[in-house]
Unconditional design. Structure first.
Length: 130
């Protein structure tokens, strides 16, 4: 992967702890996957919402920061639609719009059956924007 694109997110220790693997990245776009393991499950043996949010937040950060300037989240929300099936989750972030100081993104999280299990919406503040 291009080091310029991932320079702000390559050392994300929390994403590494979750086991997130970045598959693709470009300005305003990112795709990653996470293999579900025992430590991702909550008390009722369903993938913990925090693990799903963490996956979504990471691809959001990669997509925002792949444009160059440091960009930090100022708002994020997630809606969960259904429990995932299988052992792999994928998250795909796409820029919706951006201005000089703000970028708006959607992240779709899908399970192995390509079913939409959650949607994350985030706004990033572009620190380096002019």
């Amino acid at each position: 992967m291009n080091n310029d694109i991932t320079k702000h997110t390559a050392n994300d220790r929390f994403a590494a702890h979750l086991g997130i693997k970045l598959l693709e990245a470009g300005p305003g776009y990112a795709l990653a996957e996470m293999e579900i393991k025992e430590h991702h499950l909550n008390g009722v043996d369903v993938v913990h919402g925090g693990a799903i949010f963490g996956l979504a937040d990471f691809v959001f950060a990669v997509a925002c920061n792949a444009k160059g300037p440091v960009t930090l989240a100022v708002n994020a929300s997630i809606s969960y639609f259904k429990a995932p099936k299988g052992k792999i989750l994928t998250a795909e972030a796409r820029e919706v719009t951006s201005s000089r100081k703000l970028g708006h993104y959607h992240v779709d999280i899908r399970d192995e059956d390509k079913e939409l299990i959650a949607r994350f919406t985030g706004t990033g503040y572009i620190k380096g924007g002019n």
